[in-house]
Design a protein around this ligand. Structure first.
Ligand code: CIZ
Ligand code: SF4
Length: 351
């Protein structure tokens, strides 16, 4: 059945020619990734797609990525997600209603539009990016988060960072902000579960969100690796917990992890704390240099939502497009897209 889907994908791609560009995120499964025209992180892919002549941008990633592609692409380009159920559990941890409630509650102790910059990780729904666009805020990615925090603190004294607490905490730490000047906002509690004094003290208010994949990595995995391989190196994604980040030799986005391992000395042994598909692919790519790349957790952990984009869904999507039927289009409403683009553009200008 897999071979059949592979053939169907090849045939449909051939019929589409340059009309479609197929984007694959680094976390995408191998049987889909092999068909990619372009690979990368979410922002790089969206920018490359918008520069292409393709009518259809087929994003093998998750929902927020296809939204960013729609926002940054030209109006006539159509962004497509091969399975509409491919979401991001972290992005789902912050909703517009809950962020608006936080903003309202903060306004009972201060004027947030003067004092607080809302910063959203790119792993968030388009309406939250629009919220940031409207309230003087900005988007960040895992590669530019500290720089974006600097941009924010140059304007207002506090940051409300959502949805990923770990990226926010690590980036604040890199900027020299003490941990006790960061507070966790629990969106299910009144006033985030914080007292007025805690809010007054906090420079960064961290939304209580996390990635279910990256939270699997534990400091114990690093300790065991270092005991076994004292010369080995550890690199982790900033969505990992603070302790995992602190005990790693390097921290970086998917693009940075790949580049760092590829640029390292021959025969280096690496322990990598990010999604399994990326790690297995990277291990294959560098093994001829004598490098050994190990996955951080003893169990299999993949981005299960991204795995939903399988060869069958991709074949179905491409065949429909080749027949002139647009399926699974991701279209951000115009007003929302305009505001979200402001927040994305602030990020592109600042980094
Ligand atoms: O923005 C991306 O592609 C994600 C989700 C992670 C990264 O580090 O590239
Ligand atoms: Fe979202 Fe985690 Fe999957 Fe990244 S790995 S897309 S943060 S669920």
């Amino acid at each position: 059945a897999d071979r059949e889907a592979t053939e169907r994908i090849r045939a449909a791609k051939a019929r589409l020619g340059n009309k479609a560009v197929l984007l694959c995120h680094h976390y995408q499964r191998a049987d889909v990734y092999q068909h990619a025209d372009l690979t990368g992180d979410s922002l790089k892919l969206s920018r490359l797609a918008s520069q292409s002549d393709a009518d259809y941008i087929v994003f093998c990633g998750v929902h927020f990525m296809a939204e960013v592609a729609d926002i940054l692409s030209r109006p006539e380009q159509i962004s497509i997600l091969p399975d509409l159920a491919a979401g991001c559990s972290m992005a789902d941890m912050a909703s517009l209603a809950k962020v608006e409630r936080a903003w309202r509650e903060l306004s009972s102790v201060m004027n947030p539009d003067e004092k607080v910059t809302p910063v959203t990780y790119i792993n968030s729904a388009a309406d939250l990016k629009a919220f940031c666009g409207e309230h003087g805020g900005i988007v960040c990615t895992s590669s530019n988060a500290p720089k974006i925090l600097e941009w924010s603190f140059a304007r207002r004294e506090k940051v409300l960072f959502f949805p990923d607490q770990h990226l926010g905490r690590w980036s604040g730490h890199k900027m020299g902000i003490p941990l006790d000047e960061m507070a966790i906002w629990n969106p299910d509690l009144e006033m985030g579960g914080l007292t007025k004094a805690q809010i007054a003290k906090a420079k960064i208010i961290l939304w209580h969100g996390y990635c279910s994949v990256h939270q699997m990595f534990q400091p114990a995995h690093i300790i065991k690796f270092r005991n076994q391989y004292p010369d080995g190196k550890v690199i982790s994604h900033p969505e990992c917990s603070f302790e995992v980040c602190r005990q790693s030799d390097a921290i970086g986005s998917t693009e940075t992890i790949i580049r760092t391992v590829k640029d390292s000395a021959p025969d280096t042994r690496w322990l990598v704390g990010t999604e399994l598909n990326l790690v297995e692919r990277l291990a294959e790519e560098v093994k001829h240099e004598g490098k050994i790349v190990q996955f951080m957790a003893p169990t299999v952990c993949m981005c299960s939502t991204m795995q939903r984009i399988d060869p069958q869904h991709l074949a179905w999507t491409l065949e429909n497009l080749a027949d002139g039927r647009v399926v699974n289009q991701i279209k951000v409403p115009e007003h929302e897209a305009g505001l979200a683009k402001i927040a994305l553009q602030r990020m592109l200008d600042a980094s």
